[in-house]
Design a protein around this ligand. Structure first.
Ligand code: ATP
Ligand code: MG
Length: 575
């Protein structure tokens, strides 16, 4: 049993008791809070593509609302004009839908800019906000440290009128970037650094993807997020643990503004082994060409996982398995792979594909059945998936010349080699037992062909030969085979936790995260993939694969989703 499998078992045995967020929600419902209503939101910043960590947050917020008959808003937290883009907005909507969720409302924090501005003036009028002319460095220096209190500066005592005038002039564009900020007047001596007069607004003369040039001051996260929750009457606002220390501020704004009391609840961030989860780093990988795109199948993005062959159900299953915790943790990517393997094992057709080595002209091994008629073609019925409740079959052409994997033949085999060797016998999957009679080589000594005889009465399903063989190998018929490109993906990083490593994360990239090989596949599989009747496949003995969007009519491309077994764990133990 692998580590991932054990984790899986433990979690499935954990029972059906409520998690701590569900407990809070049920207490609120029981207490009649918000009339028993449950309304959550998912608040991505449109500054990159969603990753598997976001999938966890999505499953949680949408799942909670579903469970308690509530609703979920999709809210774009677009308060930072310089990093945001509509390309990201579109990808986020697409990914949430693909995961299987639908939102009640699509909102944008930028739609609340007027309202937020009014809230800010309200706080100024109450003497709870002030304009500060200090530089960013000065503000940081005055902020103190966790063990030393911060220091108030001379701007803190500005009059309400002066603050109102200056804030209006900030909005009118009278000052350059960085000249002034608006701060909440909370407590410079608070043990919680977040409460030491946090910045509410900064000046930024920048074009916003939705509001254009209407604004040159933009609210900070802390002054946009909670207020947006309140405006939308969100009952339970779920966010990751790093916001726990922001909660007192979240509540301070709500209380001082006397607005809808949304409740913030924090849960642990998902971190996954052998990858990074920060959008900034993922963006760097794309922009510097370390991967081909945001949806490169090696990326932990939802788009990348989709292209890799992951299904929405497998990602939801994974999010369910990892559960939620109040402590950040690092989850073994093996668990994610376990979830997709489990599903694909049940759903995919077992098909035959012969892979070659990494060279562009990599050649499979040709096998000639000398006693099989030259122009004969049989259409063999081969079962699609032994896991199916009701067995289905497909037709696979069989002829005198076949391709097999080079690995499935050895001229001088070691003991217990149950595949093909001179004088040895194997079964060709779904077809006949064959015997290897002769090896043909070219001038350089490379094997170009092996010549075999087949046993006519050994046909699978009607075998009367009485011969028992230990090995079964897969094959494709040479005249019917379709040439394909196969992309074998592996972990993007070669260390378990790149984020915790002292070295620059780019130095930790796995140089062998992609191997491209030439392959020959059954014709039916290409047809099925192109028509969309089957998108994921098991290439027998090789792993699970999916047709890639880079395919051309001449040359299909397949991505390896995952190997059949967790080979990586074994490798790691050896080294
Ligand atoms: P990053 O630091 O990668 O940019 P972020 O937290 O800034 O991520 P947002 O777009 O602000 O990204 O996140 C939207 C929601 O998804 C937030 O509620 C956030 O807490 C949650 N989220 C982001 N990353 C993770 C993660 N790794 N695990 C669980 N939830 C996450
Ligand atoms: Mg963020």
């Amino acid at each position: 049993m692998t580590e991932a499998h054990r984790e899986f078992e433990e979690r499935s045995n954990a029972g059906t008791s409520l998690n701590f967020i569900e407990q809070i929600v049920e207490e609120d419902i029981a207490a009649g809070k918000n009339g028993g209503r449950v309304h959550t939101r998912f608040p991505p910043e449109p500054n990159g593509y969603l990753h598997i960590g976001h999938a966890k947050a999505i499953c949680l917020s949408f799942g909670l609302a579903d469970k308690y008959g509530g609703q979920t808003n999709l809210r774009f937290d677009d308060t930072n004009p310089v990093t945001e883009d509509t390309e990201y907005v579109d990808s986020i909507k697409n990914d949430v839908h693909w995961l299987g969720f639908d939102w009640e409302n699509e909102f944008y924090a930028s739609d609340y800019f007027d309202q937020l501005y009014q809230f800010a003036e309200t706080l100024i009028l109450k003497g709870l906000a002030y304009v500060d002319d200090s530089t960013a460095e000065e503000i940081a220096a005055q902020k103190g440290t966790p063990t030393e209190p911060g220091r108030a500066n001379q701007y803190r005592d500005r009059s309400v009128d002066e603050n109102l005038d200056l804030f209006r002039r900030m909005k009118a564009g009278e000052y350059p970037d960085g000249a002034k900020v608006l701060r909440a007047k909370v407590d410079m001596a608070s043990p919680n650094m977040q409460l030491r007069d946090p910045i509410m607004y900064r000046i930024k003369h920048a074009h916003h993807h939705r509001t254009g040039d209407a604004w040159c001051i933009y609210p900070m996260y802390d002054f946009a997020h909670g207020q947006s929750d309140a405006i939308e009457h969100i009952t339970h606002s779920l966010c990751t643990l790093e916001f726990e220390v922001h909660r007192p501020l979240y509540e301070w704004f709500i209380q001082k503004l006397d607005i809808f009391p949304s409740r913030q609840i924090e849960f642990s961030r998902l971190n996954l082994t052998y990858t990074v989860m920060s959008k900034r780093k993922l963006k760097q990988l794309v922009e510097e060409g370390h991967v081909t795109s945001w949806d490169d199948p090696r990326m932990p993005t939802i788009a990348g996982l989709r292209r890799r062959g992951y299904t929405p159900a497998s990602l939801r299953e994974f999010c369910d398995r990892i559960g939620i915790a109040k402590r950040d943790n690092l989850i073994d990517v093996g668990l994610l792979e376990f979830c997709i393997r489990e599903e694909l094992n049940k759903t995919t057709h077992r098909v035959m594909a012969v892979l070659t080595d990494g060279r562009p002209d990599g050649k499979p091994l040709k096998l000639v059945l000398t006693n099989y008629p030259e122009d004969k073609v049989e259409e063999l019925n081969i079962e699609n998936n032994p896991e199916e409740a009701e067995m289905t079959y497909r037709r696979v052409p069989f002829s005198r010349e076949l391709y097999i994997e080079r690995d499935d033949f050895m001229e001088n085999p070691p003991k217990k080699f149950f595949r093909l060797f001179p004088g040895g016998m194997v079964r060709l999957k779904g077809a006949y037992i064959i015997k290897c009679d002769e090896v043909v080589k070219d001038d350089t000594g490379e094997i170009t062909e092996i010549r075999c005889t087949y046993i006519p009465e050994s046909r699978s399903g009607s075998d009367t030969s009485g011969i028992n063989v230990k090995g079964t190998i897969h094959w494709v018929s040479v005249p019917h085979a379709v040439e394909a490109e196969v992309r074998l993906y592996d972990r993007l990083f070669s260390v378990e936790n790149p984020a915790a490593d002292e070295r620059e994360f780019l130095e930790l990239l796995n140089p062998n995260s992609l191997e491209v090989v030439r392959a020959f596949v059954e014709p039916a599989l290409v047809e099925a993939a192109r028509s969309g009747t089957q998108t994921n496949f098991q290439f027998m003995r090789k792993g699970y694969f999916i047709l890639d969007s880079d395919s051309t009519p001449e040359r299909p491309v397949f991505n390896r989703t995952v190997t059949l077994k967790d080979g990586w764990a074994k490798e790691q133990k050896k080294s």
